[in-house]
Design a protein around this ligand. Structure first.
Ligand code: AHM
Ligand code: MG
Length: 351
């Protein structure tokens, strides 16, 4: 007689482990926030909902006619993808739908947008965002992301928001985060008390705490850079890249090169595994490519909260005084020892 599988029996009652949901976590941690009044929690809730909508649209992008370029350019002369516009509209609508935000600046908009009706007149917060980072990758099914950054307004409540509300240094951020729409969808954020990551459980449509208290390894083995631009890089960067590729058993080199070309995904991997991401200046991009307000500041806040470093090669990203909305800056971000070593090369080969 064939061996039948033995049924598993247990005398212990089966208990279900209930994960902490993002909604619960936001409310539980509200008291850590110095100006706790529930408004930031509401604002994070709007972002969480918009992220789920964008996630749904991205997942069906190949089926619906929403891939490809829309035929317009954004203010920086970049082709807008249909999904860029969808993500921008979705987050804009979510942020406008409640009364905590008085203005938003987006990588996809020429200028900031003030919400100037009665509901928003007394709102405290402004939001800056890159609604769909890495969107040129979307047609080939590569992970993309959303990056957001939250500040308190400087202008008095009741008055229209002004440019100076949006040109605050990154050190003034109240909260920042990103969503990575990848093999699973994750939302990672900080309010200045460490970094926590939540994975979307698609079966119930809820973000659940999966990565509590995220910290970046002091040192890693990964370097992420667009090496196609090598010839344009400053000598210090070229020398640092040679160092990454050299053999040295004691320092675990050569490192591994990993570059997705989707900042959120490259950053997220390095945050978990340890590594450094660089987008330096170059003859083609004299100020680098990445945007200070929409990309660099929020990720710099997160990486510092996780124990990492983010600089423009000379100064902490978070200390830079912004001068314009779509300002670009070079960036070196990731494991602190790796960023320090990159700095040493920049110093040594100063041009
Ligand atoms: P985007 O915000 O228009 O998508 O551009 C930013 C993207 C980042 O996600 C990525 O790290 C970088 O551009 C890649 O640039 P490059 O193709 O020059 O390496
Ligand atoms: Mg971007």
């Amino acid at each position: 007689m064939a061996n039948l599988p033995v049924p598993i029996t247990t005398k212990e009652p089966l208990t279900m482990v209930q994960p902490t949901t993002l909604g619960e976590f936001i409310v539980e941690n509200q008291r850590d926030f110095p100006f706790a009044s529930g408004e930031l929690s509401q604002l994070l809730t709007s972002i969480r909902l918009a992220a789920k909508v964008v996630n749904r649209e991205i997942n069906k992008a190949g089926l619906a006619d929403i891939l490809g370029a829309i035929g317009t350019e954004n203010v920086q002369g970049e082709q807008q993808q249909k999904l860029d516009v969808m993500a921008n509209d979705t987050f804009m609508r979510a942020l406008r739908s409640m009364g905590q935000v008085c203005g938003v600046a987006s990588e996809e908009e020429d200028s900031f947008i003030g919400f100037e009706d009665e509901i928003h007149a007394d709102a405290k917060y402004i939001v800056l965002m890159d609604p769909l980072d890495g969107s040129s990758n979307i047609d080939v099914n590569v992970s993309v992301g959303t990056i957001f950054s939250i500040y308190r307004r400087i202008s008095p409540a009741g008055s229209p928001v002004s440019l100076k509300d949006f040109l605050q240094p990154g050190d003034a951020q109240i909260a920042a985060g990103y969503v990575v729409y990848g093999s699973s969808t994750m939302l990672v954020y900080t309010t200045g008390n460490g970094v926590n990551g939540f994975t979307l459980d698609p079966s119930i449509g809820v973000f659940c705490l999966s990565h509590p208290n995220m910290t970046i390894p002091e040192e890693g083995k990964i370097y992420s850079v667009n090496e196609g631009n090598y010839v344009h890089f400053p000598t210090g960067v070229k020398q640092y890249l040679k160092y990454c590729q050299e053999y040295d058993e004691a320092t675990n080199r050569p490192y591994t090169s990993r570059y997705i070309g989707s900042l959120v995904s490259d950053f997220h991997r390095n945050l978990i595994k340890g590594g450094v991401y660089l987008y330096p200046t170059g003859t083609m991009a004299p100020n680098g490519k990445l945007r200070l307000l929409y990309e660099c500041n929020p990720l710099a806040f997160i990486v510092e909260q996780a124990g990492g470093m983010a600089t423009n090669g000379a100064q902490r990203i978070l200390e830079i005084d912004p001068t314009e909305l779509h300002q670009r800056v070079p960036i070196f971000i990731g494991s602190p020892r790796m960023v320090e070593t990159a700095h040493a090369f920049l110093q040594k080969y100063k041009e």
